[in-house]
Design a protein around this ligand. Structure first.
Ligand code: ADP
Ligand code: ZN
Length: 436
């Protein structure tokens, strides 16, 4: 029988009790960092803060921020808070936005991380009777390791597939009766596409749920994946700097992700001024790890833009919720002076195409003028439509994009299968302006 919560006490804890727990853990964590991380201690000293100033979460705002630049400056050991002999694991970011950063784990850190992922798998309906196919990349990337560990904790029969070799993924899925699929949403879409190309339908597989994250994806994309694989698709969020996937997870309501607040304190700040914003405001997400031993980042700026809400959730969890990040502040493109997130384009494409689109955004600069092109792949069906239909589609897309973004894009429809598929994080944007 499905269990509702992995850790009912924590997941349904009253707010006042949770704040008390967070405060106790924060006070301890600040001392641990002050004593063991000279890099951060210096930052605190520069701000005139000592551990005595931090008596609870109400004092959190006094602490200095950490950013990815700090991680790069202090690479590899500068933020380590435990002797290396106490560490058992290293993982690394996927390097989406520059040089990779590494993070360290004690055995306790690994255990707590896996606990967080176990909560996510349980919230997606997973139990020890499930067969959990992990198709996130294994290795330094936290996706594979995180879901693998969480799946073990829950007691699922774990299929450590890693990403790639898509036909084999589907073969194993059928032979071994996988019920849960874990991978990036773009890879899930590709697996769905391949399933249909191999002549199968969702009736031929036993999958019931997917746990997809590590990159932004839209509601429209969720619906397409759910349809093509015949599943419920749940979002999971995390970053290497705070452990990996499992910092936040979606419940049956599929409307925002609950943050594991007993391990991570979340704040939303104005990315320009650093000011803490009230609940319900959109801004940059900042995390403080209050239980990590080896790599305990305080007030880490994620650059992910979202909203925190603490309304009542129908699942009964009291953990604060974050909306899907619409992209990172550094994912945002400024084209002809207009802010553009790839997710806005994805929404329009799926609406007009009625299918998971494969697309690429190409930005360049000729002289002082930006050029903005969206390459969209036609499906086989559309490819066989008359030229007139294709021209109409191209026009409609162009008009819808202009309406949403306020600027014009050149729409180029390309042949089926001409845009590379992703087995990990999709590369949606080619910004040639950065290359010069
Ligand atoms: P990198 O920064 O190199 O991509 P990570 O692999 O640690 O390194 O990725 C963490 C980042 O991935 C997050 O900061 C966020 O931008 C993105 N991410 C992770 N999960 C999600 C999700 N569910 N929705 C949107 N973005 C996500
Ligand atoms: Zn919920």
């Amino acid at each position: 029988m499905a269990v509702k919560y992995w850790d009912e006490k924590i997941e349904t804890m009253e707010l006042a009790e949770m704040k008390k727990l967070q405060s106790e853990r924060l006070v301890k964590q600040v001392k641990h960092v002050w004593d063991n991380v000279p890099y951060y201690r210096k930052k605190m000293e520069e701000k005139g803060v000592t551990p005595d100033d931090i008596k609870g979460i109400e004092d959190l705002h006094k602490l200095p921020f950490l950013s990815k630049a700090d991680l790069r400056d202090s690479y590899p050991y500068g933020l380590l808070a435990e002797p290396l002999k106490n560490c058992v694991r290293i993982q690394s970011t996927s390097g989406t936005t520059g040089k990779r950063v590494v993070s360290f784990y004690t055995q306790n850190d690994v255990d707590l991380w896996e606990e967080c992922v176990a909560r996510a798998i349980t919230a997606a309906g997973g139990t020890d009777e499930d067969v959990c196919q992990v198709a996130y990349g294994y290795g330094l990337f936290t996706g594979g390791a995180g879901l693998h560990g969480g799946s073990h904790k829950v007691g699922c029969l774990t299929l450590p597939m890693s990403s790639g070799n898509t036909e084999r993924q589907i073969q194993f899925m059928m032979d071994l009766g996988s019920t849960i699929l874990c991978c990036t949403p773009s890879y899930a879409a590709y697996i769905g596409e391949t399933l249909h190309e191999m002549g199968y339908t969702p009736d031929d597989i036993k999958l019931k749920a997917g746990i997809f994250g590590a990159e932004p994806w839209t509601e429209e994309m969720r619906q397409q994946i759910e349809k093509s694989l015949g599943i419920k698709a749940y979002d999971i969020y995390g970053l290497t700097e705070t452990s990996g996937p499992g910092v936040a997870f979606e419940c049956e309501e599929q409307h925002g992700m609950h943050i594991n607040e007993d391990h991570f304190i979340a704040e939303i700040i104005d990315p320009d001024t650093g000011e803490v914003l009230p609940e319900g405001s959109k801004g940059e997400l900042v995390f403080t790890s209050i239980t990590k031993e080896a790599f305990p980042l305080l007030r880490y700026r994620t650059r992910d833009i979202c909203v925190l809400t603490r309304g009542k959730c129908s699942c009964g969890r009291t953990l604060v919720k974050m909306t899907k990040p619409m992209g990172r502040s550094d994912d945002m493109l400024i084209i002809k002076g207009v802010n553009v997130f790839p997710s806005q384009i994805e929404t329009v494409l799926i609406k007009d195409f009625k299918a998971t689109p494969n697309y690429q955004i190409i930005v360049d600069r000729i002289g002082t003028t930006d050029t903005f092109e969206i390459k969209v792949e036609l499906s086989d069906d559309m490819f066989s439509d008359t030229i007139k239909d294709v021209v109409t589609l191209e026009k409609k897309l162009g008009a819808d994009i202009q309406q949403i973004l306020g600027i014009k894009a050149k729409i180029t429809l390309v042949e089926p299968k001409s845009i590379p598929r992703s087995e990990g994080k999709a590369v949606r944007v080619i910004d040639k302006r950065k290359l010069v």
